[in-house]
Design a protein around this ligand. Structure first.
Ligand code: SF4
Length: 420
């Protein structure tokens, strides 16, 4: 037991400590199990530890096969930086008065061999969101410069003041630092009502970390951002579809005109779209206009789990797969933003559906991004509908890697120079 991973808990003041003599537990879906040393890595730099109000941590006594609740303590979880995929979640007993947790992913954390450790794997080592490559003073200076140069441009004001400075969005900050992937938000509305949407939440749930853009930009406003970035930035990308907007395909006509205007001036850089994939016809039109790549977000490759989470209003899961097929047929680089959640993503039926989806749509990349959601809220929304055996996230990644040796794994959108 002395070499087993130890539980990490918090007291009412939020002070975090490990507990000697017990073994740390983890959770996937509703399953609780001991944390295995083989799954652990040292807590990545830039992770955050959070204590979870109204949640009592679970742990194992020596030789016990069922966990016990550590009454009087609060559960602790780790929020991992981008690029890391979680294998299991913090294990706790939810008390009756527990508030809904804000929109983070609650990765299990333990104390092992003298340091904090987490069950996770790094799937992308692109540094484009690494905190050490951002200087707040430099970003403030660049935002002020660009705002002074284009005082009428509402997109520059939105991505500068709100996204880059208020919300600390790395893509928006990279726009002002003129490097890598930069955002352009266009759509106020969405045709889905995702449970854990980060841009809009009803007042009685949790705060959304961002809010939606409040205006429809003009092509001229888009060009004033896009052209200098595409012409000058290293590994330049412009991405439509951001966390501060609804669904960009609802503004496909505007994006179409913007892409054609951009490509009339420069062929440099990558034009990319992040979308829910709800309109295959619009994906085809944007490909004809000059779009290079598309990333489709989904929490599941099965309609049974997709629909209760996305709650699509004007489309169906079949449109999502049709969009991926359309992207492939038009020669776009297509990827999945696969919103991963241990206990849903790593079940056999889901793995089989994912493999079918990859085969049928020819996607070239999976971004294994952790779904930011209260675990019980998510399980309740899905109705715990799958009883298929659980593989474990680590085994799932290995299985998909073996089935598709050419398939790219990652977390970020790659520029065209990486895949052409
Ligand atoms: S598709 Fe995107 S913008 Fe629309 S509800 Fe879902 S997360 Fe929010």
């Amino acid at each position: 037991m002395s070499s087993a991973p130890r539980p990490v808990v918090a007291n009412a003041a939020g002070e975090i400590t490990d507990v000697a003599g017990l073994r740390a537990a983890a959770r996937a879906g509703d399953d609780v199990f001991p944390l295995e040393p083989d799954d652990l890595v040292p807590l990545p730099d830039s992770s955050r530890l959070m204590f979870l109000p109204g949640r009592t941590p679970l742990a194992y006594e020596r030789g016990a096969s069922t966990p016990e609740a550590l009454d009087g303590a609060l559960a602790v979880a780790a929020f991992l930086p981008p690029g890391w995929t979680a294998f299991s979640l913090s294990a706790f007993r939810r008390e009756t008065d527990a508030p809904l947790l804000p929109l983070y992913a609650y990765t299990a954390v333990c104390w092992h061999k003298g340091r904090f450790c987490v069950p996770a794997r790094r799937v992308d080592d692109d540094p484009k969101h690494d905190p050490e490559s951002f200087s707040t003073a430099e970003i403030e200076k660049r935002v002020a410069e660009l705002r002074a140069r284009f005082p009428h441009n509402r997109l520059i004001a939105h991505h500068g003041t709100r996204c880059a400075l208020e919300w600390g969005c790395p893509n928006a900050q990279n726009l002002f630092l003129q490097r890598w992937e930069a955002p352009i938000a266009v759509s106020r509305a969405c045709n889905a009502v995702c449970l854990a949407c980060i841009s809009e939440q009803p007042g009685d749930t949790v705060p959304s970390p961002q809010t939606r853009i409040e205006f429809l930009p003009t092509v001229e406003e888009i060009l004033e951002i896009a052209l200098p970035h595409l012409e000058n930035a290293p590994r330049a990308m412009i991405s439509f579809g951001q966390g501060c907007e609804g669904e960009p395909l609802l503004q496909a006509e505007l994006i179409d005109r913007a892409i054609r205007a951009i490509r009339a001036v420069t062929s440099r850089g990558t034009l990319h779209l992040n979308t829910n994939g709800s309109r295959p016809d619009a994906v085809e039109k944007l490909a004809d206009a000059g779009l290079d790549s598309v990333r489709v977000s989904l929490n599941s490759a099965r309609a049974e789990a997709y629909t209760p989470y996305y709650r699509p209003r004007t489309y169906a899961f079949a449109d999502v797969t049709a969009s991926l097929r359309a992207a492939r047929a038009k020669g776009l680089f297509s990827s999945l933003n696969y919103l991963s959640f241990p206990g849903v993503t790593d079940r056999v039926d889901e793995a089989e559906a994912l493999e079918r989806l990859v085969r049928e749509t020819g996607v070239r990349m999976i971004q294994w991004r952790n779904l930011n959601v209260d675990p019980d809220w998510y399980a309740d929304a899905l109705g715990r509908e799958s009883r298929s055996p659980r593989l474990g996230m680590s085994a799932l990644l290995d299985r998909v890697r073996t089935a598709f040796p050419e398939l790219r794994f990652g977390y970020f959108n790659p520029p065209a120079e990486d895949w052409r």
